[in-house]
Design a protein around this ligand. Structure first.
Ligand code: IVH
Length: 694
């Protein structure tokens, strides 16, 4: 069942936006009073309440999240489903620099804070994964926490136990308590293999290795984590109780000890003893070094080597003063925009795609890039023939950021977004408040595959046996173009398909036949995949209208008067029925007999029918689906029972009736076979008295 949540608005109202802004200012200001001025004006509880409200709003409306939100200051959010626990020491974020100038400014700040400070830094690659803290007591791994919001993390101990390079017991003499911090990552290659597997299994793919790592660790089902080739790379520490061990004094020593204890540490980490050495290290990784690494990195991290000096410098509210991340620039290149094509997605969304003169961006040849939607093309003012800037970040789809206006060809004209679907030629629709144009034609070839898959799925008519493979073969051969075509398939013609045997072919045909006869109005409405119409809305519609004809002629106003149906859903329903191709599809379904009538739409006249007031039960195999028989009986006024008892008036028996027949006979209940039942429904009351004496 589709739960209520999907009907909670996913689109923030103006009031939501205002509230988010208000909370951000409030939280940021009190953060500053507390951490910077050391002069708080409100209680911790008041602060936490505001912070939580902000987190909840941002979780509900991800589009309102911004990088500068106070909630983003330290990190992600705490998942409610995993157990949470506070960190002994806060897990900070890192401040970033993006250029040699900014790096020099950082050094200057250090020098201002501690005049004459030696610029010696431990440098290592900045990995793009999930930050974690592992806790070891007397050398034994006891727990793992995600960074969470920096103060409180999620407990992922069991998930981490499945990570192969995680030391369960440390080598040598370890401190009594040791918290090790690091990053869980996916190798590029493992990531690609994972996505390939996911695609094959029709499961969700991940946008980049970081998402894949986070998704694999923040799992309630540990067997999923165990099946993923994750790695943990250690880069730092939290709380330590030294016990019989000697405290560390430099970062270089930290990394050496962590390796001795058995941790894998980031490769290429090294001590740089001058600002120039750091710059050279950064440049070497940026220009080529990063591609040689097995995993994605997005910069380098510099940590002051002298740990005593680190303690003296301390932290700001969100980051250490002794450390900085120097991020690589987003990978960009310029090239010519040869054309713009329109891709039709699964839900009919028309996505503009930039066709580019192939260009290498960060080591990868890019010839197509997304332009997102009509508004983005206008905002970025991109025209065919322009020299455009193409950007690639990690493994995400390359995008066109903008045009080099100084090089615009004289005759370049703004792109006119098509108002029809390039795949089927039907008019496209852009609903109010949406950025996307969509094709709503159920017969559009580009959408057929997806809509057919939905039509036969559990959410639709639930037609057994129709896997993706058969759908593709049937579409590929041109035999099936709309859901209606499925219902004319015969065993004989199915046998022509590769790896199709008689048994399977008959099973498919039987499934189709059963689905055709048993379909309820609600299921059919749902199966058609009308945008915004899921199971719940389908139920509402099926209880308000008697059949597809009635639903199709319902006005916007009438639809909106129904519970849970707003303007957006109503206009999407109207758009569906106004589409000519959909009208053709519906009339074919009607001809084929796939035309359920709403069960509840029986009139009072029908209710006071021949079975009025009778309690009826069916048993054994009937020639029609049992649900159909029950529907007919109900329409004739019967009440359907679930078992044999003295209250039962009539038992209708099909072939191979079981114990119900015996029991009914014992109780002297009237029994009808199917023929008699049909006669009764046809108005012949005599069968009742005839069978009584039997
Ligand atoms: S050191 C006090 N070293 O980047 C924080 N962090 O954007 C010291 N990260 O939360 C962190 N690679 O999860 C450090 N080699 C590295 C890192 C690294 C990735 C992450 C870390 C941190 C985030 C900040």
């Amino acid at each position: 069942m589709v739960n209520q949540l999907s009907f909670q608005s996913l689109v923030p109202t103006d009031a939501d936006r205002t509230r988010v802004e208000e909370l951000r200012r409030f939280v940021a200001y009190h953060n500053y009073r507390y951490h910077t001025l050391d002069d708080p004006q409100i209680t911790d509880d008041e602060y936490n309440a505001a912070f939580r409200e902000l987190v909840q709003l941002e979780e509900r409306f991800p589009e309102l999240k911004t990088a500068d939100s106070p909630t983003a200051k330290v990190g992600g959010m705490v998942l409610s489903s995993l157990e949470t626990r506070p960190h002994r020491l806060k897990m900070y974020s890192l401040d970033n620099v993006f250029s040699a100038e900014e790096w020099q400014a950082f050094l200057k700040r250090l020098d201002n804070a501690v005049p004459g400070i030696r610029p010696e830094f431990w440098c290592d690659p900045k990995m793009d994964g999930l930050a974690l803290e592992l806790v070891y007591e007397r050398g034994m791994f006891v727990s793992a926490l995600t960074r969470g919001d920096g103060e409180v993390g999620e407990v992922v101990t069991e998930a981490m136990r499945t990570v192969r390079n995680l030391p369960k017991r440390l080598f040598g003499n370890a401190p009594d308590l040791l918290e090790v911090r690091g990053e869980v990552i996916f190798n590029r290659k493992d990531f690609q293999e994972l996505n390939a597997r996911q695609r094959k299994a029709n499961a969700k793919t991940f946008a980049n290795p970081r998402n894949a790592a986070a998704g694999s660790i923040r799992q309630l089902d540990i067997s999923v984590t165990a099946s993923r080739p994750l790695r943990f790379l250690a880069y730092g520490f939290g709380e330590i109780e030294w016990g019989s061990t000697r405290p560390w004094t430099t970062y270089a020593e930290v990394m050496e000890r962590l390796r001795e204890y058995g941790f894998e540490t980031p490769p290429d980490g090294r001590l740089c003893t001058s600002s120039e050495a750091v710059e050279a290290y950064y440049t070497a990784l940026k220009d080529g070094g990063r591609e040689k690494l097995a995993y994605e990195i997005d910069g380098v991290v510099m940590k002051l080597n002298d740990l005593e000096m680190q303690r003296r410098l301390g932290y700001t509210a969100r980051a250490p003063r002794f450390s900085i991340a120097w991020k690589f620039p987003a990978q960009q290149a310029t090239t010519e925009l040869l054309g713009i094509t329109i891709q039709v997605g699964r839900t009919g969304v028309l996505t503009p795609v930039a066709e580019l003169q192939p260009v290498t961006v960060g080591g990868v040849v890019v010839s197509r890039a997304t332009l997102h939607n009509e508004d983005e093309i206008i905002n970025r003012d991109v025209r065919i023939g322009d020299r455009v800037i193409v950007q690639r970040a990690g493994d995400v789809i390359p995008e066109v950021v903008g045009a080099v206006l100084s090089e615009r060809p004289e005759h370049a004209v703004p792109f006119v977004f098509p108002h029809f679907c390039p795949s089927c030629g039907e008019p496209a629709h852009r609903l109010e408040g949406e950025a996307a144009w969509r094709c709503v034609n159920m017969s559009c070839p580009a959408m057929i595959r997806q809509s057919l898959a939905h039509f036969v799925s559990k959410a639709g008519l639930d037609i057994e046996g129709f896997g993706q493979r058969w759908i593709e073969q049937l579409i590929g051969s041109g035999r099936v173009k709309t859901p209606a075509d499925l219902f004319t398939l015969t065993v004989e013609e199915l046998l022509h398909y590769e790896r199709m045997g008689v048994k399977l072919a008959s099973k498919l045909v039987n499934s189709l036949e059963r689905a055709r006869r048993e379909a309820t109005l609600q299921r059919l409405v749902c199966a058609l995949g009308i945008r915004h119409v899921g199971e719940q809305t389908a139920r509402t519609l099926a209880s308000a209208y008697s059949d597809m004809d009635a639903l199709g002629s319902a006005s916007l106003e009438a639809l909106q008067a129904l519970p849970d149906i707003g303007p957006e859903v109503a206009s999407s329903i109207r758009a569906f029925f106004e589409d000519e191709a959909n009208q053709i599809l519906l009339s074919r379904l009607h001809e084929l007999g796939l035309w359920p009538v709403a069960a509840k739409q029986t009139t009072s006249e029908e209710r006071s029918g021949i079975l009025s007031g009778k309690r009826v039960l069916f048993t054994g195999t009937l020639s029609m689906p049992r649900s159909k028989a029950q529907q007919l009986a109900e329409q004739a006024g019967a009440e359907i029972m679930s078992g044999v008892s003295r209250k039962l008036d009539l038992l209708v028996v099909g072939e191979n009736p079981g114990s119900k027949l015996e029991k009914a006979q014992e109780l002297g209940i009237q029994i009808l076979d199917e023929t008699a039942f049909a006669a009764l429904l046809a108005g012949n009351r005599d069968v009742l008295s005839e069978t009584k004496t039997r």
